[in-house]
Design a protein around this ligand. Sequence first.
Ligand SMILES: [Zn+2]
Length: 396
Amino acid sequence: MPRRTAATLATSGEVLDLIRTGEAVTRADLGRVTGLSRPAVSLRVGELLERGLVVERTDAPSTGGRPPVRLEFNASGGVVLVAALGASRTRVAVCDLAGHELAGREFVIDVEQGPDVVLPLLMDTWDELLDGRCPGARVKGVGMGVPATVEFAAGRTESARVMASWTGVEIPPLVRARFPVPVFVDNDVNVLAIGEHRGVYAEETGDLMFVKISTRIGAGVIAGGEILRGALGAAGEIGHIPVRDGGGVLCRCGNVDCVDSVASGTALLRDLRAAGRDVKTIADVTALVRAGDAETMAIVREAGRRIGEVVAGAVNILNPAVVVLGGDMAEAFGPLVSSIREVVYRRSTALATRRLRIEASRLGAAAGISGCAVMVLDHVLSPDAVDEALTSRPTR
Ligand SMILES: [Zn+2]
């Protein structure tokens, strides 16, 4: 038996992590990887089985002999509640513990109506989805993405001008009053970055920047495999980096010539209206782009160059392997994406762009839901959180 001190013995939470990540699939694997004795492995696995976090499967016998019992993480052992709020569109869902959506609903709601209106609607929707699709499911946590800067540790919305009615609101206590579980809130672009990274690029790279180009412009940065939030949660706010020769446009943040004020969906609509076009939504602009309207194309290309300028600066600082362009404008506007690419490759340093890929988002809006789920699951299924839950609560 290997000699290990108590401090280095793998805990049940760490054992769960090995099973969940597929590093160990049998009790023998666990013994080998952790150095735990057979009785110690059994004790920990027993605890995880009892809590429904792990299930046993027996493979069909192959060449005779007793088949090994495989241990699998039980993704249906609970659910997480998620909501990806957009400025106008919001998606609410219930996901399993692997982050897969079990039930969801999308609706149009103006988030500016404030937390008193929006939060009860979200919570009612979770209740309805739970009743309809997963009655009796154990809720393990809640994750939300909101279109505002969020002081992550407190789950407090900060940005005063984008979601004015939410300024200074600490969301977690309001949600916990009805769902007494851990609640995590981040800005909408960070959850998109987490979702796209985990869903598409995790095997390939730990360094990715997700740029959302929609009503507003923002970025989420994955560095070394983790979301980069900065000191308080404001990292990646590229929308408020000024561009050169912007013409002195006043931004809603109070500064002038922020890329958001000259190249976001809001800015495009304003410029096209000033040019006499009847456009109300980004979909209207999309229609003009599809029709090949020359003036619209020129305005869209110019916006792409502005965004490219700012993204090039960010690429120089962060050296991501992949820049993902998402949001409804990036999805619909070919000329926008090609202008961004052109400027980034021209203006970033040679080393930063040597292997840089600039890709369209593959998951689209679905990245928001899976990113919210991953944000919660990484916390509530972390070894520390699992160990705490195992010791602090009595078994069922
Ligand atoms: Zn600004």
